[in-house]
Design a protein around this ligand. Structure first.
Ligand code: R5P
Length: 253
């Protein structure tokens, strides 16, 4: 059965490649805000007994989640056999713990919302830190696509003598895998987060690699504070300028 892909606004470029790969049909729908901000939604494709995929990268999730859930529920009501979510960026993975009393673990609540509407989920390298698998929070079948092979290939082709660097302990999982695939050395720094836009980083011993090109790799670049602080630490130490790779370019402000 050919799947039908419904592409939410802003994801068209990614969808083009996907249609070709999956030999899928295009789901036709109208989505627009009413003057009061509520969502108008109308599905134009027959989905009864069909496999349906919703494509939506959930950067800036609060404005996207209601329309997405409405669309998934509407497709279910119209008889879709299964409705899956393909979201390259899975948000709300960072508040995975109540750090201070009274804090909400929004990772769980966001997962509950998605699990209430979707039959499966595919994403790219979610921020798994204190939860080590999506199965610990997502009750629907899920698949994680690793970015490491693509990033390692790119580094291999573009960078001379790379030293892969992770700015904090969480990044070790991605950095170590990329380094293994690119056959390059790696280092992981330590980070303390003091606020949304305030972090302190401490460099590990990189003295044997000062002739390498430092390649900073982080999963999420949000405000950019982590990357900028890491560059500050590196820039006068190495003979080459640092290169930054981010898996999810959230780029807030
Ligand atoms: C958090 O631990 C992530 O791995 C990133 O380091 C973090 O989200 C980056 O945020 P920002 O760009 O705001 O420093």
């Amino acid at each position: 059965m050919k799947p039908i892909i419904f592409t939410l606004p802003g994801n068209e470029a990614f969808a083009t490649g996907l249609y070709k790969q999956l030999n899928s049909e295009t789901g036709d729908f109208i989505i627009r805000p009413f003057p009061d901000g509520e969502t108008y939604l109308r599905v134009g494709t027959e989905v009864k007994d069909k496999e349906v995929i919703l494509l939506d990268s959930l950067v800036n999730p609060n404005v996207k989640i209601l329309p997405l859930l409405f669309l998934a529920n509407t497709l279910k009501e119209q008889g879709a056999q299964r409705v899956g979510l393909l979201t390259p960026y899975l948000p709300y993975m960072r508040q995975d713990k109540s750090f201070r009393s009274g804090e909400s673990v929004t990772t769980r609540h966001f997962a509950q919302l998605l699990c209430s509407a979707f039959d499966w989920l595919i994403t790219v390298d979610p921020h798994l830190h204190r939860f080590t698998s999506l199965d610990q929070v997502y009750t629907i079948p899920n698949r994680v696509v690793p970015s490491a092979p693509k990033l390692a290939d790119w580094i291999d082709c573009q960078v001379k003598d790379p030293l892969i660097i992770g700015p904090d302990s969480e990044s070790k999982q991605w950095v170590s895998e990329i380094a293994r695939l690119a056959k390059a050395p790696y280092a992981v720094f330590s980070k303390q987060r003091l606020g949304d836009r305030q972090v302190t980083l401490e460099m590990s011993d990189v003295s044997s690699y000062l002739d390498c090109t430092p390649v900073l790799v982080d999963d999420i670049i949000s405000t950019g504070t982590t990357m900028i602080n890491a560059i500050e630490l590196l820039k006068d130490k190495f003979s080459q300028k640092p290169i930054c790779l981010g898996i999810h370019a959230v780029f807030n402000g």
